[in-house]
Ligand binder design. Structure first.
Ligand code: SAH
Length: 376
């Protein structure tokens, strides 16, 4: 919820100092379902809060369930901007007795839409609506967590900022939200269970390197040279690979942590043996500092085709021979367009509503001045 609004209302209602923490703990740690369920609060206060502080800053307007057990929620902000969050379910076939049999990762959005227009990504096609506030980011998590709670399936294990948007275009709000998710009074997720994925926005990487909490960093590289990367990701013109690698070096020097490289496998585009060799050479400039995640392409209505399993195996073998650790990720929730790169929702309507609202307010203001009493 909007915690600033909450503080203001609690002060106005002359509530004791412990109240805010009590409420936030119930909402963010115990995942209670709404104001009416906060039975530890005086009834009158509950009614006041129901009237004055929306329990969530986002409203779920569509829920879709994948065959693989993942769930996608489409939500709207109070001013009508769409965003999506996905709860991915991973069964653990090798879990030992007493260990969790199923793990859940929440994939959250940092923006409604995105300004970066990567060729293979559906969110890029919808352009940027607006940045999300820290409350809207935390509330995506809480909507998913409450849903888990309702079906009695335990807590969420990991968070990835890999939904809509570029997290480092909205740096402060994203970090504030992740600090809340990390806090023991909140969901209490360890920093190592929280990952930020960036298109390669250098100022963000350098800033993250200096934070006092170290979240995991994933870098969407997708190509081993500027020519190819520039044709797939326009952002490469602003921050070419050499500049990116310099930022990675700085991050690794500051944090002593590895960076996860994301590499989308596109047939006959970036999946050939020479690309693998070039990638190995690039990353081995800083030996042991990178882990490569090869990613299957999820259809987004473009002409790209995903590389075959055989090609992925060959590519991966070349990297491993060069001492790079690799893994291959096939996305969850593909059947409900909930997989990487597939999140998109029309923002035109929201933008139009915002324009109309501004216009109506301007008109009301004019009318107001027209009716103002003339000074005597
Ligand atoms: N803006 C951030 C996070 C958004 S998407 C970033 O660029 O990293 C999370 C990941 O999904 C990124 O690695 C992105 O490049 C990848 N992705 C985009 N479109 C995809 C697609 N069609 N199939 C698979 N992954 C895709």
């Amino acid at each position: 919820m909007d915690t600033e609004l909450l503080s203001t209302v609690l002060a106005k209602r002359k509530q004791p100092a412990f109240r805010e923490r009590q409420i936030l703990r119930a909402a963010q740690h115990e995942y209670v379902s709404g104001w009416e369920a906060m039975t530890t609060l005086p009834k009158r206060l509950r009614e006041q809060l129901t009237a004055e502080v929306p329990f969530s800053t986002v409203k779920v307007d569509l829920e879709e369930r994948s065959k693989d057990g993942s769930v996608k929620l489409r939500m709207l902000t109070h001013d009508g901007f769409p965003l999506e969050a996905v709860l991915m379910r991973f069964d653990q076939p090798h879990a030992k007795e007493g260990e969790k049999q199923t793990r859940y990762t929440a994939c959250l959005s940092s923006q409604s839409g995105c300004a970066l227009s990567c060729e293979f990504c559906a969110t890029g096609k919808m352009k940027l609506g607006r940045n999300l506030t820290q409350h809207e980011i935390v509330d995506q998590f809480l909507e998913l967590a409450r849903q888990r709670q309702r079906v009695g399936e335990g807590r969420i294990d990991n968070v990835v900022m890999m939904g809509m948007g570029e997290p480092f275009h909205n740096y402060d709000e994203v970090i504030a939200a992740l600090r809340t998710l990390n806090s023991p009074d909140g969901p209490g997720l360890g920093a190592r269970r929280i990952a930020i994925s960036t298109v390669g926005w250098v100022p963000g990487i350098e800033k993250l390197a200096k934070e006092d909490i170290q979240f995991k960093l994933a870098l969407s590289l997708h190509a081993p040279n500027d020519n190819l990367r520039g044709s797939l990701m326009p952002v490469n013109r602003k921050f070419p690979i050499e500049r990116l690698m310099q930022a990675c070096r700085f991050y690794q020097d500051q944090t002593k942590r590895r960076i996860f490289i994301e590499y989308l496998m596109l047939e006959n585009v970036n999946d050939q043996p020479e690309h693998a060799k070039e990638l190995a050479k690039l990353l081995n400039d800083q030996p042991g500092q990178f882990h490569v995640n090869l990613i299957a392409y999820n259809p987004t209505g473009t002409d790209f085709v995903g590389a075959s399993d055989e090609t992925v195996r060959r590519f991966s073998a070349i990297l491993q021979r060069a001492d790079l650790e690799t893994s291959y990720r096939v996305s969850r929730a593909r059947d409900i367009s909930g997989a990487c790169g597939q999140l998109a929702a029309p923002i035109e309507a929201a933008k139009r509503a915002q324009r109309e609202d501004r216009l109506a307010r301007a008109k009301a203001k004019v009318a107001d001045t027209d009716n103002a009493p003339t000074p005597a």
